[in-house]
Design a protein around this ligand. Structure first.
Ligand code: UN1
Length: 494
């Protein structure tokens, strides 16, 4: 029962997404559905998806468990061939997938194109691990004993992915899970069901064996089932710190292996000697790109007093000149917020900021010109604040940058590190000593120097410390430590 979902190859805007369990496309058993409206025009239904129950998730987990024994017998290079086929499948449809992403999530088309490219690069790197998934030989303590280690799959992994990178993040979780020999239940955000459906359709079309990858749409219920069901051996989750901590509490009951990629309140320090235009561009792309809706968003600029006014003037003029509009239209710099809840959240934080004494320099409210009134558009916003105010400590997840005046490098680094998050930290300076001092002292998983504090290479680990991450890095050469377990073997050949 595919209901014409793939009539044109990929799901089209307005389609009803389905679950994919044990190789069959189907609705939720209780026939509950969730509706997703276009963030750029709330009168348009872009997707409907199953609002699955715990039972639906449990059936998907059973299917993944049944498929696990056979799948782990595939050699790693043969699993890699499946991933390369998936890569080609996505590559052939990259423009259509990017367009679907923009219509469903809202980000501007060039950002969607970039995201699909990033997914392909990560897939290329990860598929290549199929020929490098090696263990280790250890020196022996006994003349006739051979001792080695070999990476083993966990079994069934539950992958819970967010709406803000609905192509790249499912790919960067599914690919290493499969290359390691795990079977998968993917639960994407209910805000982006169609992109997830397209990706899983690709795996089906390139011959992924039944039950190896299952897709369950929905919200809290299927997520809870993934965490509590004894047949799931690992969870990789990207989302808020609050939900991540709830998952960690529940998972600790049964010592479930976890990888959590959570929030951020990422600083960019700008020192006296920085190239000011580059530093402003860093905040514009890091803080306002993707409408500020990324865990890595640069939401604080810590700027030394000597250049503070010049920096602020440039930032305000760049931000206020940005063209806000539907992501699908050419020439637009920033798309809408993802949903009404996000819009309420951003508005609420700005009210809090105002009551704390933060000074609004540009933006600050919804864009409601007649052509934008139907969408969830918000103006690019810059506020002057003091470190310590709530808006400089809590994640806003919208296009809001707080600019904070600092005396010098020492004060900047102290304030940069003063929040509970530790995802990315950035500095703009030409002073080589400060570059390395910053790289050493920044309490963050990812440090950027003289470049925006977002993004990352496909072969480099991605993730944070403190409240930003838990349980090992995603992407790059460290990702396999989550998706595999080390087994050591002692062979006596006397
Ligand atoms: C990026 O910095 O380009 O959820 C990606 C997030 C991150 C991905 C950010 N996991 O925003």
């Amino acid at each position: 029962m595919e209901n014409g979902l793939f009539e044109n190859g990929l799901p089209s805007v307005g389609a009803t997404a389905l679950n994919y369990i044990d190789g069959k496309w189907e609705g939720a058993t209780q026939e509950r559905w969730s509706d997703r409206y276009d963030p750029a025009d709330q009168s348009v239904l872009v997707a409907r998806s199953p609002d699955s129950s715990k039972q639906d998730a449990a059936r998907a987990i059973d299917a993944a468990s049944r498929a696990a024994d056979e799948w782990r017998t595939w050699t790693a290079p043969s699993r890699a061939r499946l991933l390369f086929a998936w890569l080609h499948w996505i590559d052939e449809r990259r423009d259509e997938i990017a367009e679907l992403l923009t219509r469903e999530e809202g980000k501007i088309l060039p950002e969607s194109v970039g995201e699909v490219k990033r997914a392909l690069d990560i897939l290329e790197y990860t598929a290549g691990i199929g020929r490098r998934l090696d263990g280790k030989v250890y020196p022996s303590d006994e003349a006739t004993v051979f001792c080695y280690s070999t990476p083993q799959p966990l079994g069934v992994v539950g992958l819970i992915s967010p709406w803000n990178f609905p192509v790249a993040i499912p790919v960067w979780k599914i690919a290493p899970a499969l290359i390691a020999g795990n079977t998968v239940v993917l639960k994407p955000s209910p805000l982006t069901p169609l992109t997830a459906t397209a990706l899983v359709r690709g795996l089906e079309e390139v011959g992924c064996p039944l039950g190896v990858v299952n897709l369950v749409h929905g919200d809290v219920e299927p997520g809870e089932e993934l965490v509590s069901n004894e047949s799931v051996n690992g969870i990789s989750f990207t989302g808020s710190t609050k939900v991540g901590k709830a998952i960690a509490r529940a998972a600790s009951e049964r010592l479930l292996k976890l990888q959590l990629e959570l929030g951020g309140k990422n600083p960019q320090i700008v020192l006296d000697d920085a190239d000011l235009d580059d530093a402003v561009s860093g905040v514009v792309s890091g803080g306002l790109g993707s409408t500020g809706q990324r865990c890595t968003a640069t939401s604080r600029a810590l700027v030394t007093e000597k250049i503070y006014d010049a920096f602020l003037d440039k930032l305000v003029s760049r931000a206020s000149a940005m063209k806000v509009g539907p992501g699908i239209e050419p020439g637009v710099d920033m798309g809408p917020l993802v949903d009404q809840r996000a819009l309420n959240g951003v508005t609420g934080w700005l009210t809090v900021g105002g009551s704390e004494g933060a000074r609004l320099r540009t933006g600050g409210s919804r864009s409601e010109t007649s052509s934008l009134a139907k969408g969830l558009f918000f103006q690019p916003t810059v506020v002057e604040a003091q470190q310590g105010m709530q808006i400089t400590r809590e994640e806003i997840f919208g296009p809001v940058v707080a600019v904070i005046k600092v005396k010098d490098f020492e004060e900047a680094i102290g304030l940069a590190n003063s929040v509970r998050y530790g995802l990315t930290s950035t500095v703009f300076t030409r002073d080589i000593a400060r570059v390395f001092s910053f790289a050493e002292r920044a309490r963050a998983g990812m440090v950027h120097v003289n470049r925006p504090g977002v993004g990352g290479y496909p072969h480099v680990p991605f993730g944070g410390i403190k409240d930003s991450g838990y349980g090992g890095r995603e992407v790059g050469d460290e990702v396999m430590s989550f998706y595999t377990e080390t087994k050591v073997v002692y062979v006596n050949f006397k």
